[in-house]
Design a protein around this ligand. Structure first.
Ligand SMILES: [Zn+2]
Length: 257
């Protein structure tokens, strides 16, 4: 861990204290962060998306890494995951990654002794699963990553309970969803399949809801999880800036005690 931070320091602040962009996935010193693809901006405008720009985490102007394509949130997950190695449980973790993000999967696959992937639709995974009915025994995994999946699932309460069930006591997970800072309560409509309606209200054609922070926290805690909300205060202003993250970003780490 100390070595990791020393390397980071050398890489980021060498010549004349010049600050570089930092992507923990590719660590390319020449990288820069690209805006979110035009497709999203155009789709949000076209459908008059009601909550445009209010995402807790989406860094519209510094969204993806120019070198490896990692998104803002992938950079935060990667940074946190790398910091966990060296801790006893993590090194020997049995890990499952739901709907795996490509750049993150490439980076962490070989780092864990036991790493599996799962998805509802994709064939390029170890397990084809429905998050509401996971085909795993209780207390199977030490760690999971489940990011931006729950907003696609019909019953997110059941899905979060399933994640709790398959995790070993003491196990942890990265559990993330799209959250709008403009919302006081989570909005949801699992019946209306109209794509225009979904773009307009939830910001994407296949999302069934858009989360509000407090309701999301309640959803997690009601399933039995303990929750750590790691924000800019935890990671530091400097690393948020280097990684091109939005100031309001929060990393949700759940734990089964
Ligand atoms: Zn990168």
């Amino acid at each position: 861990m100390i070595r990791f931070f020393n390397q980071l320091k050398i890489r980021l602040f060498n010549k004349e204290n010049q600050v570089y962009n930092y992507c923990p996935l590719c660590e390319d010193p020449q990288t820069f962060f690209k805006p979110i693809p035009d497709f999203y901006i155009e789709s949000w405008k076209k459908h008059q998306y009601k909550y445009f720009g209010s995402g807790e985490m989406i860094a519209l102007k510094t969204y993806s890494c120019s070198t490896c394509g990692a998104s803002d949130r992938e950079r935060l997950y990667s940074y946190w995951i790398l910091k966990q190695f060296g801790k006893k449980l993590f090194d020997y973790s049995k890990v499952i990654h739901f709907s795996p993000e490509a750049a993150l999967e490439n980076q962490i696959r070989s780092k864990f002794k036991f790493y599996e992937t799962a998805d509802l639709i994709s064939d390029a995974v170890n397990h084809r699963v429905d998050l509401m009915k996971l085909p795993f025994k209780d207390n199977t995994y030490d760690f999971f990553i489940c990011s931006h999946v729950l907003e696609h699932v019909i019953d997110d309460k059941i899905a979060v309970k399933e994640l709790y069930r398959i995790l070993k006591p003491g196990g942890r997970g990265i559990l993330m969803v799209p959250i709008s800072l403009a919302l006081k309560n989570t909005i949801e409509d699992i019946e209306n399949e109209d794509e225009y309606f979904r773009w307009q209200n939830f910001g994407q054609f296949d999302h069934l809801r858009l989360y509000a922070h407090d309701d999301y926290v309640e959803l997690i805690k009601n399933a039995g999880f303990c929750l750590d909300q790691l924000d800019k205060t935890y990671f530091g202003n400097k690393i948020f800036k280097l990684m091109g993250l939005k100031d309001s970003s929060i990393l949700y780490i759940v734990e089964k005690k």
